[in-house]
Each structure stands twice: as C-alpha cells, then as structure tokens.
Design a protein around this ligand. Structure first.
Ligand code: NAP
Length: 242
C-alpha cells in the first residue's frame, strides 16, 4: 500500500483530496494544526470511502516539529515511504501592504513557503531512493496574478511556484514529478468572509468552485498516469484568468 501525506488534510480542499486519494488505496496521513475534531471527521470520511487514514498533528511552519514527527513516522514505518505529498496547508492574513504587520507577513510566508520547504525536504529523500514520487503543491491564482490585500499570500504562493519549477528540474530524472494546482475562489472556510454574490460576476463560470473540483486535478497528478507532467501550474478557477 502506498502512503500519502496531505498537509492541512482535515478541512476544505485538503479533506476533499484525502477522500479522493483514499479511493486509490493509499493510506492517508492527514496533517492538521489544531482542530482535532475536524481531523477526526476527515479520518472517518476517508474510512467511509473505504480507505485508511492516520492523523498527524504538526504546524508546518514549526521546522523542528515537522522534522521530529516525520522522522519518527519513518522510523516506525521503516518498510514504507510517502510516495505522494500534497502541500496544501494554508491560511490567509490579508491586509494592504501599508498596514501589514510583521506577524501577518512572516506567518503567511512561514506557513506556505517555509512549510513547502521543510515538509518536502523531509519527505523527498526516500522518494529519491525509491525512484518514484508525486509532489503536488496547492498554490493560488493570487500567486500568479497578485491580488490587492494579499501581498504576503501572493508572494508566498509565487515562491512555491518558483520552487516547484526548480525542484522539478532537480528530481525529474528520479521519476518524481512536482506540480502546482492553483485554485481560484473555492467554497471553504478559508473564504467564508468573501461574498460569492458580489464576486461571481467576475468569474466566467459565474460561481465559486468546490473543493472536489480542485481535488480531481490533484487526484490525476498523483497517479502513475501523470508521468510526463512536471514543473507545471494547473489552474482550477472557472475561467478567472489574469
Ligand atoms: P481551510 O478550509 O481553511 O483549511 C485549511 C487547512 O489547513 C486546515 O486543515 C488547517 O488545519 C490547515 N492548516 C492551516 N495552517 C496550518 C499549519 N500552520 N500547519 C498545518 N496545517 C495547517 O482552507 P482551504 O480553502 O481548504 O485551503 C487549502 C489550500 O488551498 C491553502 O493552501 C490555500 O491557500 C489554497 N487555496 C484556497 C483557495 C480558496 O478559495 N479556498 C483559493 C486558492 C488557494 P486546522 O483546522 O487544524 O487549522
């Protein structure tokens, strides 16, 4: 059985990804930061879909903790390795740059870009040894076109896109693909404060997307069939381009 780690797999887009990947027979490691009740719910949904899941608590921006938890998992599961990694955990702390606090800037960079760095590094060496892996990073339309009030978030996501393209060139020959999926507006708790009625006029499909519609692309990229796609950014945004 293959193992897949989904950071922020407990809610929203990550949870939808967990359920889809479980259907392929992968054992899902559901990472979350603090909301254990949601993580337990996600585990139950994965099991109801016929899969297996284990909860893995850590804050992706806490480098020491990430290394400790993933090293321990690897020691206890010596015969296994994580063949799929989905870097999905994320938060928004929007503010126009003129008013942005150091905390808003630093924490968003630490979670998205720092999280990508530390989790990927902890997982990829065994992929390299096994000569197979799928790394999928959830970025955002903001990281492609920028968005007023999101200089921190857009910079972090653009950083992940650039790191994806670089890493893809470093490890493609080991049969490891590294790609990004860039959602537009997707109905999850993250954008609870954004009014769909007000924003849908700008979206060619005239609606926000569903987490499952993002998960479907991640699902494809996670398969053996997606073997010649790497360093790519695939948008899932209802036609809302730049
Ligand atoms: P969400 O519903 O708010 O869920 C966020 C998930 O990330 C939760 O599982 C949360 O766990 C986890 N998380 C947050 N900070 C974490 C940390 N420091 N360490 C570990 N886990 C952490 O968000 P979502 O909408 O599904 O977003 C998922 C990804 O899609 C994010 O990277 C986001 O930037 C991206 N995205 C979303 C949209 C959108 O419109 N929704 C658009 C573009 C991109 P806890 O509950 O324990 O905190």
């Amino acid at each position: 059985m293959g193992f897949a780690l989904i950071t922020g797999g407990s809610r929203g887009i990550g949870r939808a990804i967990a359920i889809k990947l479980a259907k392929h027979g992968h054992h899902i490691l559901i990472n979350y930061r603090s909301n254990e009740a949601s993580a337990l719910e996600a585990k139950q949904l994965v099991e109801e879909a016929g899969g297996q899941a284990t909860l893995m608590q850590f804050d992706v921006s806490d480098k020491e903790k990430v290394r400790e938890v993933l090293d321990n998992w690897q020691k206890e599961s010596e015969d296994h390795y994580l063949e799929i990694l989905v870097n999905n955990a994320g938060v928004r702390k929007d503010n126009i740059l003129a008013f942005m606090t150091d905390e808003q800037w630093d924490s968003v960079l630490d979670i998205h870009l720092g999280g990508f760095y530390v989790v990927t590094k902890a997982v990829m060496n065994k992929m390299i040894r096994k000569k197979y892996g799928r790394i999928i990073n959830i970025v955002s339309l903001s990281g492609i076109k920028g968005m007023a009030g999101q200089a921190n978030y857009a910079a972090a996501k653009a950083g992940v896109i650039a790191a994806t393209k670089s890493l893809a060139q470093e490890i493609s020959r080991k049969n490891i693909t590294v790609n990004c999926v860039a959602p537009g507006f997707i109905k999850t708790e993250m954008i609870d404060d954004i009014d769909e009625d007000q924003w849908k006029a700008f979206i060619p499909m005239k609606r926000f997307g569903r987490a499952e519609e993002v998960a479907a692309v991640v699902e494809f990229l996670s398969t053996k069939d997606a073997s010649y796609i790497t360093g790519e950014v695939i948008s899932v945004n209802g036609g809302l381009y730049t």
